[in-house]
Design a protein around this ligand. Sequence first.
Ligand code: SAM
Ligand code: SF4
Length: 329
Amino acid sequence: MPRDSFNREIDYLRISVIDNCNLRCVYCMPLDGLRFLPKDELLTPAEIELVVRAAVSVGFRKFRLTGGEPTLRADLLEIVERLAAVPGLGDLALTTNGLLLPRLAMPLKEAGLKRINVHLDSLNPATVERQMRWGSFERVWEGIMAAEAAGLVPIKLNSVVAAGYNEAEVMDLARLTIERDWHVRWIELMPLGGGKCATLSIKRYVSNIETRRRIEAALGPMVEHESNNPYDEARNFKLPGARGVIGFISPVSEPYCATCNRMRLTADGKFHLCLLNDDEMDVRKAIRGGGGMEAVARILVRAVELKPTGHHLLEGRSTRERSMYQIGG
Ligand code: SAM
Ligand code: SF4
């Protein structure tokens, strides 16, 4: 397994397959001024497979497809099929806003996808409309039901808390874990890429300490839940008697850089070394210049060696080049 210069074992690759999205969450994408990658700049299914084969050959085991919104890729099923067939690949998951899952959940499962994370910020339809824009609670919920029916489990819901939007409703999502064996996780806002969304992410930031306090005030004290995965970025808890798990992903109030095990691949074929920094290494150029698996593996190992640690969120600094929808979270 590749280790970086801080002795962290890096074996998890998050692959963004597209930068476009069918939602415009207030902290992620502005309503205007967006330009998306032209199709010929996106890695093709065969190119993504090549990167994954190279990653497996150097010891990567976990893979996740993300976006923008990955279900907007017309060839998503081909990508999943190709990756699921790579010998030695351990886990293959997808992060989505769920809108297209009613149609896609079963075909994705059949193509070899194992698990799914669905992004939903509230159970209140009016809040979803205001915070995630363009979508509706009912459609996301239908998508979650379709994923569960297709066996893409355990269902994990990701929710971003923003002051003045959903912070007073967090207990409603938390309550879902009492009856269902789902994971409901709260992600702290991060300002990526400058611009309006980054400014909003700073202004509307709510610490997970506060979110936890709100949930416990409404539903009672939680007990820490031992995760069997030391690299889980979430700190996990359970409500008394609950079937499911509540997780807090707290890059700002409780940074987890020391246990980071991730590398990222952007839709236009750059290894993005750390979510919260701009450092990248081009792999598409090598592939389109005729480089095969060994060349790609060499670039990936070098990217791991160069992976930085630490972030500057508390000083208000983050990426300048890319926003969250261009990296994939
Ligand atoms: N569209 C898919 C989705 O929403 O799940 C995948 C891509 S999205 C960029 C991945 C994750 O990033 C989502 O869970 C979303 O909540 C999170 N996210 C987006 N902008 C964020 C921000 N400014 N701070 C923290 N998380 C953010
Ligand atoms: Fe789209 Fe996901 Fe960003 Fe929301 S968080 S705008 S669903 S990419």
